[in-house]
Ligand binder design. Structure first.
Ligand SMILES: [Mn+2]
Length: 236
């Protein structure tokens, strides 16, 4: 049996629809899970713990995807107005849902992989903070290997990517103070955190770049999903 991987979607609003609030998940995420040997399952946006507990029970691992910014109240309740203005696309239902799921996954030692916003909400869920805005990390081409990374520690991610050191970049926030229990494993040349992992977990990793957009371009990115799905095997 292939492991079922829960994927969290992005909250979006379509003004053209009466019931405009909905969820969206780029097909590149589900395709990357399929390529990695798993079965993707896009979960609903909800903060109902009974519903989330059901998916925690029935899915082998979770993939946290990109999207809007995490609301400031979850990591910097006293943030200045000028900084707060840089935050966009925050959805508190998604924030609360992912923070709840992350803490439960930690308790259960179940695998989780966070991409872009995923690494950021992972850091927030365990007590870290975010930079509300930074320049130089937005490249309009989704699969351009736009900047280098320097691997600072060996671990899951470095091994899976065989030390490959060029990534795409499509973010305006980043991890600031790193949550206790996590190790930064890769940084951009300007010092921005590009990957981190929790050494004592079965698989708890986050990347600031978008490997799902590069799986067909370089095998190292596909390896990330294969290793993640492999870590999920053996769990329901
Ligand atoms: Mn970057």
């Amino acid at each position: 049996m292939k492991p079922v991987i829960a994927i969290t979607p992005e909250a979006i609003t379509l003004r053209s629809r009466m019931d405009g609030r909905g969820s969206f998940c780029g097909v590149s995420y589900s395709e990357a899970i399929e390529l990695g040997g798993g079965v993707p399952l896009i979960v609903p946006l909800t903060r109902d713990h009974r519903v989330l507990d059901h998916f925690l029970e029935t899915c082998a691992g979770w993939l946290l995807t990109g999207g809007g910014d995490v609301a400031a109240k979850f990591y910097a309740p006293r943030m200045s107005m000028s900084q707060r203005k840089r935050i966009s696309g925050a959805d508190e239902v998604r924030d609360e849902m992912e923070i709840y799921v992350l803490r439960k996954l930690q308790e259960r030692d179940q695998p989780v992989f966070g991409i872009c916003r995923g690494i950021q909400v992972m850091n927030v869920a365990f007590g870290g903070t975010l930079m509300p805005h930074l320049d130089g990390h937005r490249n309009p081409q989704p699969d351009a290997l736009a900047h280098r990374i320097e691997w600072t520690k060996h671990g899951w991610l470095n091994r899976a990517m065989e030390g490959f050191d060029r990534v795409n970049t499509s973010h305006h926030q980043a991890v600031d103070r790193v949550a206790p229990g996590f190790e930064v494993v890769a940084r951009a040349p300007d010092g921005v955190v590009e990957a981190m992992e929790r050494p004592d977990a079965r698989f708890c990793c986050g990347v600031q770049f978008h490997p799902e957009r590069l799986v067909k371009k370089a095998p190292q990115f596909q390896n990330l999903f294969r290793e993640f799905v492999k870590a999920c095997r053996g769990r329901r």
